[in-house]
Design a binder for this molecule. Structure first.
Ligand code: C2O
Ligand code: CU
Length: 464
């Protein structure tokens, strides 16, 4: 039994392994990988870019030859990319043309509570709502996705997620790959039935691996450096990503933007919600050759391939990765300590309780520097062989990971984070400073099957 099975199955009692036979066999590398289109503002003022988006159903081809009905922002799967600049506000009018309530959350965004897309703060079918994003934060690869209570996992699985790339002057001054050589790779699982139906089910029944909305595509690249912004947009699953030839690449950023300095990596473990920004140099491969990005965390019943890079041409490359990338804000030196225990039995809880929108689980103040200890320790009523991963996420702030299991942090705990992974039995310490807005926010597990089940808490940030 795969450790995730029982947990995901709690939300999906009808699913079972026998159903796997109905999944569409995936022809690997049958699609060219699309790059999500960049959405154009409908209006620009001196200080803001205004956008309009409709959430609606659309028919798309995920597996070659099949038509799948999905839930989209603006008809695209995944949603279109918003390109924002630090210091310029983005205002989006979101209209819900679906038949389910939705709430749009900018993941990693520093926004006022009323624009945060809280679980109960939903847009009813037929209604619309204005979200304001001030972009007063540093450059980072953010994303927007659904957050309607109990529905977020299914809504995101069915397509309600998109990229939000925020840039700033510090980032633009660096000689990193840019333009067509700066590409988001939105990686997620899916289950597409042989009739094309995209079916929300547990992760062990989701054999289709998608990049930018297509099943195991190929991407034609030039023999030069690319900046690849990796997203784990899965509702319920982790990846362990590597290039099949084991070669190194350079991590330059994480959830909260550029690292202080680049880090050499060969394998990346990513849980739902996390972003990792890497530079891969394809000039080491001869034109005409290919290299596969694979997920060594795939199930034995699944193919490990995620994406094939085909090196098809030479190209000039003036980009490089400097030894110093950015200045991180000073490490918060917290005096307030809090503890959180994530469990899945008998319910999806944090500190023994499920989410209640009417109960504040943490009350803090703007400017409070805190150290949070987060533990993944299963309760005594869990089956003895039960192991599950969690992905702890905070709204409003970026944090730093101080410790993992009492020792040094893991290879992908570097930089500013808004989501941190917790393997079975693991404990992490994180530090953050609450600011700059007062209001109601959230912390939760970003395994969306867990947050949908209640593994989420409310934090009230009070003005000083
Ligand atoms: Cu991406 Cu509250 O989450
Ligand atoms: Cu969880």
């Amino acid at each position: 039994l795969f450790p995730w099975d029982r947990v995901a199955a709690l939300g999906n009692p009808a699913a079972g392994p026998a159903a796997l036979a109905d999944a569409a066999p995936a022809a690997p590398f049958a699609h060219a990988m699309p790059v999500p289109r960049v959405l154009r503002p409908v209006r620009r003022t001196h200080t803001a870019d205004h956008y309009r988006m409709h959430m609606r159903e659309a028919d798309v081809e995920i597996v070659k030859g099949l038509t799948s009905r999905v839930r989209t922002y603006e008809g695209t799967f995944p949603g279109p990319t918003i390109r924002a600049r630090s210091g310029r506000e983005v205002v989006i009018r979101q209209t819900n043309d679906l038949d389910v309530p939705t709430a749009v959350h900018l993941h990693g965004g520093h926004v006022l509570s009323e624009h945060d897309g809280l679980p109960m703060d939903t847009i009813a079918p037929g209604d619309s709502r204005l979200y304001r994003y001030p972009n007063t934060q540093r450059a980072s690869s953010l994303w927007y996705h659904d957050h309607a209570h109990h529905l977020e996992a299914e809504n995101v699985f069915k397509g309600l997620h998109g990229q939000y790339l925020l840039t700033d002057r510090e980032e633009r001054r660096l000689p990193l790959p840019r333009g067509r050589y700066d590409v988001p790779l939105v990686i997620r699982d899916a289950r597409v039935e042989s009739d094309g139906t995209l079916k929300y089910t547990r992760p062990s029944d989701c054999p289709n691996m998608l990049v930018n909305g297509k099943e195991r595509p190929y991407f034609q690249v030039a023999a030069r450096k690319y900046r690849l912004r990796l997203y784990n947009a899965c509702a319920n699953r982790y990846f362990r990503l590597r290039l099949a030839d084991g070669s190194e690449f350079t991590q330059i950023g994480s959830d909260g933007g550029l690292l202080a300095e680049p880090v050499r990596q060969t394998e990346l473990t990513m849980l739902g919600g996390e972003r990792i920004d890497v530079v891969v140099d394809f000039s080491r491969y001869p034109v005409g050759s290919s290299v596969v990005l694979e997920n060594t965390g795939a199930l034995p019943t699944e193919r490990p391939e995620v994406l094939r890079f085909d090196v098809v041409r030479e190209a000039r490359d003036r980009s490089r990765v400097p030894d110093r990338l950015s200045e991180l804000p000073p490490m918060p030196n917290g005096t307030v300590e809090r503890e959180f225990v994530l469990q899945t039995f008998p319910e999806m809880t944090i500190n023994g309780v499920t989410y209640d929108p009417n109960r504040a689980d943490v009350v803090t103040t703007v400017g409070s520097s805190e150290v949070w200890t987060i533990r993944n320790i299963e309760s005594a009523v869990a089956p003895p062989d039960f192991h599950v991963w969690h992905s702890f996420h905070t709204h409003l702030v970026m944090f730093r990971v101080l410790e993992r299991n009492g020792g040094p942090v893991g290879p992908t705990d570097v930089g500013l984070k808004d989501t941190v992974t917790l393997g079975p039995g693991e404990e992490v310490k994180i530090a953050m400073t609450w600011g700059e807005y007062a209001g109601e926010y959230l912390f939760h597990c970003h395994q969306l099957g867990h947050s949908s089940g209640g593994q989420m808490g409310r934090i009230d940030v009070r003005a000083r």
